[in-house]
Ligand binder design. Sequence first.
Ligand code: ZN
Length: 225
Amino acid sequence: MTVKDRDHQLGVFIQGRLRFIRHHCEKKGLDPERSLAAIAAEARRGAGSADRVEFLDKRVFGSGILPTSAVPDWVDKVFLEAMTRVLDSGSGRLFTTTSKQPCISFEAGRFNAQQQAETDYKSLYTGKAPTDWLRTTFPILYRSCYGPDAAKDLRVEQLAPSRFRVSMANRRLEKASQADCSTVIGYVFGSLEKLGAPRPLVTHPECCVAPGATCERCVFEVSWG
Ligand SMILES: [Zn+2]
């Protein structure tokens, strides 16, 4: 498959999701191989076409994905939904609007941030204060994950010394979903933890992809201390 406009450098994030599944299963006493097989089956069901099933089998659940792999947006969406349904069976909470009520997609985002801060993106975290990270690093990571067009619509506003408002026009994105927004909450929360921000809090008071929403932008409130 060739790299298209809507392919983004999501390989590192997909790899992180696979590692998260293992980590989560070990913590909960579940068999990771069985869970992965169930997630792969669920993702195939949700893929929607034979081409997409082939892509999932070869590139995601095969061994073909590298940190720098460009991956179409639908992969992250289908994978996240499948993972959430399999790992979260029971609670029924597929997304969250606050770091005070974690869910699977929140934990997946948080896990990715904490792992990437020590590995692939270490240089983007080392020596950074939380305010600098939000102002300068988060837009770089957002751009690599969502693409340059989406990044043009990203706003990071500092409202007080340790209070920010981050907003983006998610409605236009193919992979936008409330579960995806929950990974953003988790990613920012996990990053703040890693950067040593005391008592971080991330909430998502306005979500433009929630059913019936009329707002144009997804708004995240970020604070600590
Ligand atoms: Zn949202």
